[in-house]
Design a protein around this ligand. Sequence first.
Ligand code: CU
Length: 381
Amino acid sequence: LLPTSLAGPLLGAAAALTLAACGGDDSASESAPEKAGAQVVNVELSDAACVPDRDSVAAGPVTFEVTNAGAKVVTEFEIVDAGGVVIGERENLADGTSGSFTLNLEPGRYVAKCPDAKTEERPFSVTGGAAAAADTQLDAATAGWKKYVEAQSTDLLARTREFARAVRDGDVQRAKDLFATARAPYERIEPVAESFGDLDPKIDARVNDVAEGTPWTGFHRIEQGLWVTGTTAGLGPLAERLVRDVTRLHDQIPALDFQAAQLANGAVELLNEVAKSKISGEEDRYSHTDLADFQSNLEGAHEAYRLLRPALAQRGAADLAAVLEDRFADVEHRLSRYRRPAAASGWAPYGALTAADRRALSQAIDALAEPLSTVAARVAA
Ligand SMILES: [Cu+2]
């Protein structure tokens, strides 16, 4: 999640970097001069008014150089924010003296003020921030998603090792009990499974997805052994291989880069897959633990959306955000009816859903995926 308090410092850092990068570039004559990476605004105090040499700057660090050359009454200059709070000032500047202060200004309207002058106030604006702020929010969203994927893959590796140990130990019941919860972290990061390359089919393929001449490996191959043959015979090497593949996945995450639109599209595609094909019970066709997967898929999709929400709000899509929250809540509520805390998977067996239940659930997921499908275009714009 993006804490809103992060947006300010991140924006400031980005602005400072940009300024440092273009320092000394004479072609930027339209913008304020710079000193030590900050834009400089010169302010002359007089008893009539205080006059900055510009009324607008770009968001980022700004140094106000204040000079009193002849003012007797006015000795102070302030920058006041839209809420009326003095966020920076230089006081006690007697005639013939000067001083300065620096602020990291966020975009918005401010007031330049010199108390006791005939004209005390004049508007001062900080511009150019809206796009930069949105980009910062997208960066925060993708960075947050990467952290999420890293945490889930770490959890996946630990759980998969435990599951594999039960398989190698020949403990059929324990392996069955661990199956659904071991998979859960993988199903949470499935919105970006495309970026895992051949590891996705190696870890999570159903028998009908396996290409000719390729061995069927992964969770579902072991699931078939456990539930259909009811023994771990021959499953040891498959369990070891699963741990190796999950380890490879875990190790490649730090090198992956995610795009904001990819998060949004991945979440939609996953929900569509749940509503169109997983709804048949095909994913966990031997264990019937599909509802555990649905829940994890929904959690991952919701997390991707949560991370993008600040950028959506920035782009004026508050109405869309409200609709999406409602639809997520609706699907989560429908699913929660099938929670069974006493079951190893935490969920009712998939057969507990009637055809009508599946239809209703599928429709609720469609109703969520449809507005969610408009998010990518908004954040990619
Ligand atoms: Cu899956």
